[in-house]
Design a protein around this ligand. Structure first.
Ligand code: A3P
Length: 286
């Protein structure tokens, strides 16, 4: 089922405010470079966090772009309308971001040596974050009640489809050492350690002083105060931070404040069934 707020791409619903047939064709024909780095996420898993981190790790902690370019142009979305306008301004190595599942990545991605950092977050917290996001984002459907939204989320009637399909699509690829998985919760727990892992994966040599500087800049508090990163530049009709800020809580296990025991049982049974046989090694259980 689609509504004017969404368009269909393959089996997915995408917000029409950010995507159209032209931008999706542009993404399909996009020429991926070997040095490109993609942050890949299911929505509300820490996308803008990785958007903040990547340019800093790739450019020895240089804060200039972070203070002068909004995140959506600094690390553009592969599938969104803005990419065509900013692509020529991106410096190599380029950092990009996408919510696409693996199988709809452009052909040039598959033949390139581009790297991927996949951020995975506890789906219960993803759903809570998404519920609040749907309340503040004027370009998305009203989420309805928490119960109603849970059913939509579990059935994949939300942007970019089911969480389980997304995770599975990126877990079963031929990318081998081109992909790194990192948990949102690992970043919450110890950001400097997460940054060291990311830097090692990308082959950037950063001093401990630079790691600490990046960690400080990418803290929830710093990002919330940075107008280039907190979406306060977006008109209120698209994002109403009075309803719920984009940088809302930035914690793990907020779901414990939101789920009833019945909701937890329903959510867990569906997700566990769909993830059967997947041996995830993560700081949380499904
Ligand atoms: P909450 O709504 O739980 O606070 P995305 O960027 O994929 O849309 O994800 C948004 C979620 O990531 C929000 O979660 C947001 O607060 C969180 N987030 C963004 N930057 C963060 C940071 N520096 N530290 C912790 N969480 C962050």
């Amino acid at each position: 089922m689609s509504s004017p707020r969404y368009i269909r791409h393959h089996d997915l619903l995408l917000p029409s405010e950010a995507h159209d047939a032209q931008s999706l064709e542009y993404a399909q024909n996009f020429s991926v470079e070997d040095t490109d780095v993609f942050a890949v996420t299911y929505p509300k898993s820490g996308t803008i966090w990785m958007q903040e981190i990547l340019p800093l790790v790739l450019n020895d902690g240089d804060l200039t772009p972070i203070h002068t370019i909004p995140n959506w142009d600094r690390v553009p979305w592969l599938e969104e309308k803005r990419l065509a306008f900013v692509v020529d301004q991106l410096k190599s190595p380029r950092a990009l971001v996408t919510h696409f599942p693996y199988h709809i990545m452009p052909p040039s991605f598959h033949t390139s040596k581009a790297k991927v950092i996949y951020v995975i977050r506890n789906p219960k917290d993803v759903m809570v974050s998404s519920y609040h996001f749907h309340q503040m984002a004027g370009f998305l459907e009203d989420p309805g009640t928490f119960d109603e939204f849970m059913e939509k989320f579990l059935e994949g009637r939300v942007m970019f489809g089911k969480w389980t399909d997304h995770v599975k699509s990126w877990r079963h690829t031929a990318l081998q050492d081109r992909i790194m998985f990192i948990a949102y919760e690992e970043m919450v727990e110890d950001l400097p350690a997460a940054l060291r892992r990311i830097s090692e994966f990308l082959g950037t040599k950063l001093s401990e002083k630079t790691i600490q500087k990046i960690a400080e800049h990418c803290s929830f508090k710093s990002m919330k105060a940075n107008k280039m990163s907190n979406f306060s530049l977006i008109p209120k009709q698209y994002m109403d931070h009075d309803k719920s800020p984009f940088l809302r809580k930035g914690i793990a296990e907020d779901w414990k404040n939101c789920f009833s025991s019945e909701q937890l049982a329903r959510f867990t049974s569906v997700i566990c069934k769909e993830m059967e046989g997947e041996s995830l090694s993560l700081p949380w259980s499904l």
